[in-house]
Design a protein around this ligand. Structure first.
Ligand SMILES: [Zn+2]
Length: 97
C-alpha cells in the first residue's frame, strides 16, 4: 500500500482504491496534500494492466476463442483489484524516461 510522502501515513486499500482513479495527482485522505505516482509505480501498474489485458493471449493454458472474452474480463478484474498494492507515491512528478 502507498505511504504518503508528506505525512508518512500508509493508505488503506479502500483509500488507495478511491484515490487511484485520479490518474495525475493523488490527494492524501489524511493530510490533503497532493502527490504523484512514482516512476516505479507507473511502470508496475502499466505492466500489470498490459498483462491483464493480454492474459488470454499469453496464457500457457490453451484458450479457445469462446474463453477469450471471459478470461480478458477476469484478467482486468484481477489486475484492478491488485492495483492499489502496486502504487507508490512521490512528492514530485517523475519522468518515465
Ligand atoms: Zn498525507
Amino acid at each position: 500500500m502507498p505511504t504518503c510522502p508528506y505525512c508518512c501515513t500508509t493508505w488503506s486499500y479502500k483509500e488507495t482504491w478511491k484515490a487511484m482513479w485520479s490518474f495525475h495527482k493523488l490527494k492524501c485522505p489524511h493530510c490533503g496534500e497532493k502527490s504523484f505516482h512514482s516512476r516505479k509505480s507507473r511502470l508496475k501498474t502499466g505492466s500489470a494492466s498490459m498483462y491483464g489485458a493480454l492474459f488470454p493471449l499469453v496464457s500457457i493454458i490453451p484458450v479457445t476463442l469462446l474463453l477469450t472474452g471471459p478470461l480478458f474480463f477476469l484478467g482486468v478484474v484481477v489486475v484492478f483489484a491488485y492495483m492499489p498494492k502496486l502504487i507508490e507515491l512521490s512528492r514530485e512528478e517523475e519522468p518515465l524516461i
